[in-house]
Write a protein that binds this ligand. Structure first.
Ligand code: PLP
Length: 419
């Protein structure tokens, strides 16, 4: 809050498409999709209409012992998107809760299966899985974790397959396989006490858009099978077409045991998350004894308005063939961003689907803040991430950004790099 003495809050009056507007007539291009949640622009006509209709039908009803059309339709559509391999949905209201649910469910599965010693979790170095106590315990971003460390349960971080860490001459896939050998070494020793490995597939977002080769996921799946460890895919950021396929894990042609979704699920309209899992996990909880059932009570689970927004979001994917359309679109943005990639201050320019990122050489210790502020003066909403890997600027625009807006985004970013 103190920093806002020099960088005042911007009151948003309204928003449309990729733009936020303040009360003084200024506008800001939402190039980070309002923290990675918005998919089809602000004030999307299709989602607005669906929500208006839902508001007049049913806003919310408890889901314990009851059900309703939006939650059933959403669950069936999501199941289909996993090839019906992850056909069981448990709803929460935010990403961190989804991670808590997946961790608890994995632990409880092993307990119900006569393996109560499988209580530990493994995540990747630099991973981000949310900031409630359980989710924070598998997160590995020092800024968010260090202060609260005394409250957290221990977990293990294994080498990240982030290709920026590769040796000279080592390809991203070679490096991914090397990182997978580190995972193997850990599981070989600790599988008897390990419940699950949790990963952000293909892109580790909050650590600074670390991108890695799908070969890591192929190996991780094999190792988890070999050592009876669950694979939790945290696709809270990477899901819903962000990486070029509907789910990022599709690019490794694997299925996780648990799939966590949130952020883009409602098109950026309402808080909602879901954990999807397999028949095998479901079956381990199906019992007369309540204590063998999954215990996680949650007031707003399956909220009808949020589920309806999510159904409307999936309808847009279907109607606009969005995953295919995004491939062309991604190529156009990459083309426009080439001039940034060539800039002498820019390192590690990279792209996965609808995410672009690069490091900027700077001696400014407050680079992230200052760049954010300078970007605002050029009508851009950008939120760089500073980490041990460098000062990362990234673009994660809504899928409706048009050619003129792309040009504005890359041209003005270039201006910011050349003061
Ligand atoms: C944002 C995020 C979360 C946490 O979601 P919240 O809704 O902010 O709690 C968890 N995992 C990943 C990969 C995320 O990007």
């Amino acid at each position: 809050m103190k920093q806002h003495e020099s960088l005042p809050l911007i009151p948003v009056a309204r928003a449309a498409g990729c733009w936020l507007y303040d009360f003084d007539g200024n506008r800001y291009l939402d190039a980070v999709s309002s923290w990675w949640v918005n998919l089809f622009g602000h004030g999307n006509a299709h989602i607005n209409a669906a929500l208006r209709d839902q508001l007049d039908t049913l806003e919310h009803a408890m889901l314990a012992g009851f059900t309703h059309a939006p939650v059933v339709e959403l669950s069936e559509r999501l199941s289909k998107l996993t090839g019906d391999k992850l056909g069981h949905c448990f709803y929460g209201s935010d990403g961190a809760s989804a991670v808590e649910i997946a961790l608890k469910m994995s632990f409880h599965f092993w307990r119900n299966s006569g393996q109560p010693h499988k209580t530990d979790f493994v995540s990747l170095a630099g991973s981000y899985h949310g900031e409630t106590l359980g989710a924070l315990s598998v997160t590995d971003v020092a800024l968010f974790k260090d202060t609260y460390a005394p409250l957290l349960r221990a977990s293990t971080q294994v080498q990240s397959p982030d290709w920026r860490l590769a040796e000279a001459g080592e390809s991203p896939s070679d490096y991914a396989l090397r990182a997978a050998r580190a995972l193997k070494a850990h599981l070989e020793q600790h599988h008897a006490t390990t419940a699950a490995l949790i990963v952000e597939p293909l892109v580790q977002g909050a650590t600074g858009m670390a991108m890695y080769h799908a070969a890591y996921l192929v190996e991780a799946r094999k190792l988890c099978d070999q050592y009876s460890v669950h694979l939790i895919a945290d696709e809270i950021m990477t899901g819903f077409g962000r990486t070029g396929t509907f789910f990022a894990h599709e690019q490794a042609d694997i299925k996780p045991d648990f799939l966590c979704l949130s952020k883009g699920i409602t098109g950026g309209y309402l808080p909602l998350s879901v954990v999807m899992t397999t028949d095998a996990v479901y079956a381990a909880f199906y019992d007369d004894k309540v204590t063998r059932g999954f215990l996680h009570s949650h007031s707003y689970t399956g909220n009808a308005l949020a589920c309806r927004a999510a159904v409307a979001t999936l309808e847009i994917f279907e109607q606009k063939q969005m995953v295919t359309a995004n491939r062309l679109f991604s190529a156009a943005i990459s083309q426009s961003a080439q001039r940034i990639a060539r800039h002498p201050r820019v390192k590690h320019f990279r792209n996965t689907g609808m995410i672009w990122a690069f490091e900027v050489e700077t001696s400014d210790p407050s680079f992230a803040r200052n760049f954010h502020q300078a970007a605002l003066s050029k009508e851009l909403l950008l939120r760089p991430i500073s980490s041990t890997a460098g000062n990362t600027v990234y673009f994660m625009p809504p899928y409706v950004i048009n050619a003129e807006e792309i040009e504005l985004l890359t041209a003005r970013t270039l201006e910011l790099l050349t003061p």
